[in-house]
Design a protein around this ligand. Structure first.
Ligand code: MG
Length: 237
């Protein structure tokens, strides 16, 4: 199994700095184990950038399963905040995927960045947001459409770096040839709903780099109110 990937991170059209981080930072392809991740930081005094960059630096330096990497990242962000009191309260989402050429996909996840699978033309969200509105939707108290304009739509119920302990969700999947995986920050999904998202991802013959560019363009065309980060991975023989 081979993986071809592209990553993009874009400041958007409203914010003056980019608090998202992405890994890898260059496009490529491999027949070996591939690690990819998206982190969306939050916090004043540059805390957002520091939190997301610290989390990814740590998660991609340590070895092991996604959950172990996210727990290490969590401690690193907590430590960084202790050393720089101005950054107290900084945190980040972290969605991390390991793709094994033998076909195993393992995902670790905290926050509201997302992982999706496009298989045979059908888009499936693999992760569940750790957010106030996601809890309301799960409880049947809010529809996904209502959540899109809810005043608390960006309030997280879990984040990396706020506390020395954090609960990490994990997801597993057996990959198939032709699968396309998307990891993204909420700057994409708050601007581009599942219909157009699926349409862009499913354009035949569109390589990861072209699709990643198209997703960033779509989010910016819709307003670009937040930083936009995407990772696309295609699974080939
Ligand atoms: Mg965001």
């Amino acid at each position: 199994m081979n993986f071809a990937w592209a990553t993009r991170t874009d400041v958007g059209r409203v914010r003056d700095h980019n608090e998202d981080s992405v890994w890898p930072t260059t496009d490529g392809s491999t027949a070996e184990m591939l690690a990819v991740a998206v982190a969306d930081g939050m916090g004043g005094h540059a805390g957002g950038e520091v939190a997301s960059a610290t989390a990814l630096d740590t998660a991609m330096t340590v070895s092991g399963e996604p959950t172990m990497r996210i727990l290490a990242a969590n401690l690193a962000v907590v430590d960084a905040a202790r050393q720089r009191p101005r950054l107290t309260g900084m945190g980040t989402t972290l969605t991390l995927a390991l793709l094994d050429p033998d076909g195993d996909l393992d995902i670790g996840h905290v926050g509201d960045s997302r992982a999706y699978l496009l298989r045979d033309g059908t888009l499936q969200q693999l992760t569940r947001d750790h957010s106030y509105v996601a809890d309301l939707i799960a409880a049947g108290k809010l529809t996904p459409e209502e959540a899109e304009s809810h005043p608390y739509r960006s309030v997280l119920t879990r984040a990396v770096g706020l506390d020395p302990t954090v609960e990490v969700d994990s997801y597993g999947l057996i990959l198939q040839f032709g699968d396309r995986i998307l990891l993204c920050s909420d700057g994409l999904t708050s601007m581009v709903s599942d219909g157009p998202l699926s349409e862009i991802l499913d354009r035949q013959g569109s390589p990861p780099a072209m699709t990643a560019d198209a997703l960033v363009t779509a989010a910016n065309d819709a307003g670009g109110i937040d930083n936009i980060t995407v990772v696309i991975i295609d699974v080939a023989e």
